[in-house]
Design a protein. Sequence first.
Lengths: 317, 453
Amino acid sequence: MTATTSDTALAVERHWHDLASRRRLYSLGGLVLMLVALGGSLWFANESSAGKFWDRLPHVFDFIDQLVPRDGWEVWRALFDLPSPYADGSLKYDYPDGRIYITQSFYIPQYFYKMIETINIALVSTIIGFALGFCLCFLAASNIVTQRWLRFFVRRFMEVLRAFPEIVIAGFFLAVLSLGAIPAILAVSIHTVGALGKMFFEVVENADMKPDEGLRAVGATWVERVWFGIVPQVMPNFLSYALLRLEINVRASTIIGAVGGGGIGEALRLSISRTHEAKTLAIVLLLLLTIIAIDQLSAWLRRRLVGEQAFAFGRGG
Amino acid sequence: MATLTAAEYEAVAARHPAVFAGSRRKQVTRLIVGLGFVAYLVFAWWFFAVGTVLANGNWGIAGVYLADWVSYETRPNIVFTSDGLKVKYPRFSAYSDQRQPEWVELQDVRAPGLAGRVAMTIGNGAVLVEPGQVSARRGGESLAITVAPDQTVTAAEPLPAWAGQKKPGGTIVLSFGFSGSVQIEGDEVKVRHRFWGWEDFVFDPNSPFWGKSLGEVMSLILSGDRIEPGMSNAQLAWDNILNNSEWQHGDVWLKLGQTIVMAFVGTVFASLLAFPLAFAAARNVTRNRVVNQVTKRLFDFLRSVDMLIWALFFTRAFGPGPLAGISAIFFTDTGTFGKLYSEALENIDDRQREGIRSVGAAPVLVQRYGVIPQVLPLFISQSLYFWESNTRSATIIGAVGAGGIGLKLWEAMRTNSDWENVAYMVLLILIVVFVFDNISNFLRKRLVNQSVA
């Protein structure tokens, strides 16, 4: 009896060793694969870059030299469009020229105005994306729509909207509409429809179906079932995701701005390429503060809407 | 069991109006929020001058650009000369005097590219050009047009719907729908014939393989005599494909590779650096308020300085190329990962750690066996999630100068004439994003299952 027990024990132990060593082998294999891919990638990146890594490494932080203004107050003058003592008629010190006058004496400093423009781009695109994503998501949820083909079609449609490079949409509308904010709005909102639609339909699929059942029992139509049975329970989550998207969209519209969509992104790109240190610092400072403020505001609102669970995961696709 | 009739329902509803009407405050709030949104959208319409911009948009050209995504035009010009009709092609066209497309027939040829008559079929129509005379047919209708020596263009009969003339004696434009158009001017006939598909996608007209069917190319590669003495035919074909002057396959693939590498290396390095930093930032692992706060604020800083700003700075440091993109993604995502990882660490189950500690393990071993097994699948899963989204970001920051396919896309769009190349690159990007999305989903599902089991 004891012999058999120890035999079993031995077999179990042998099996455990087998499993452990196979696991170790897999981990090692994965690690080697990863290192090879990483090494190859680095070599490729280095080979195909204009500046070689080791040659350029000592100069990486050279850009900081280009960020030192003539004196500390220059940054504030650039930020608030105050006249500079160094003004020599060049674009570098022409801060007051950017003022946007609202009344005779009251003006909005140029970069604040551009920042507002960028925020508005993000806000409008989020609203458009929310509205369209809201309409689409119910058609993609398996618990609401029984037709497989419709779900399949809507899901693929949203996938394409999401994966389509924003910059191509922006570039296309820039060609049709000429420079301005509207190509940026279109590009960002098209992406937002896809991204929010995906998040939304996943929320809808996790919704409690009991209200829906009740409504179905009293003969409600499809629209009534969705509107009274599903929407009230998913709305807080929807709003939370929309706020998260707003944070991302502020960044996205800054980037699209840099490639011709106007707003603060364009100002930043121009200022960096012309080495206007004070202006660059002013814009970076303004962007940093705005992004932190919007992140905090959105985090606070989301916490109020859905509680701590809104912070489980990152910024989303 | 009592059942209510409709009348009884009404009575109940009438007795308890508060239950059915909902709270007044809620209704008012909803109304105000709705009105607020409408007011904001009206403001935005004014702020961005949407109406004016849309009205001034060049919508006619938008259709042409969209058609260019999936089709191409061949544009012969037929010039009236004293010797006959001279057929000319744009400078970089596949066609020339020696090589005429199938749908253009030169009759009564006097010299290469010089003919007495030129007959063309365009879609469901046909055009015959003779000196001083153009006859066109579309569907069942036909039209005869004379081009007088004083360069006035006149039609023999009233123009049908598919032809247009802005002023008497001026240019007549014949439209053949999607298939193209023919513009008859006083001294020449400009033809635009549109075809579905991508022109010369594999071989360009300078290649000896151009215009050959797949079978012919294969037989040349497998058994034909060497076309270039220096290299085998297979090598020549491959070389011709990579250096296709219109599509630049080799360059596009290289740039796409750069973008993929940017996202991959940036994400891996960011994960590697964020890993130890997250342990310093988690207040239940490192019991030092100052260290926690400093690392966390560092993460916030890296994350909030946008990827765009990092990209612009590093493009100046490294020059355009993947190194700039890698650094930008690395800096931004070190912040993002650090934040996510440290939050995951702060939410771990403490019992495992206590168990390891109770058997007298050293602090490092406590982390190794008490903490890492809990969080590693989560960490990797989050990194994978960002790997896919970074592939998309890398395209965009490429356009501001960090190189890769983004810059190439941007250059192709700026010229406004290479929309088919844009379509090609977009297709490649969509395929890459789709494949990575699936790989990352697959790996994540496996990881999460493993950690649950």
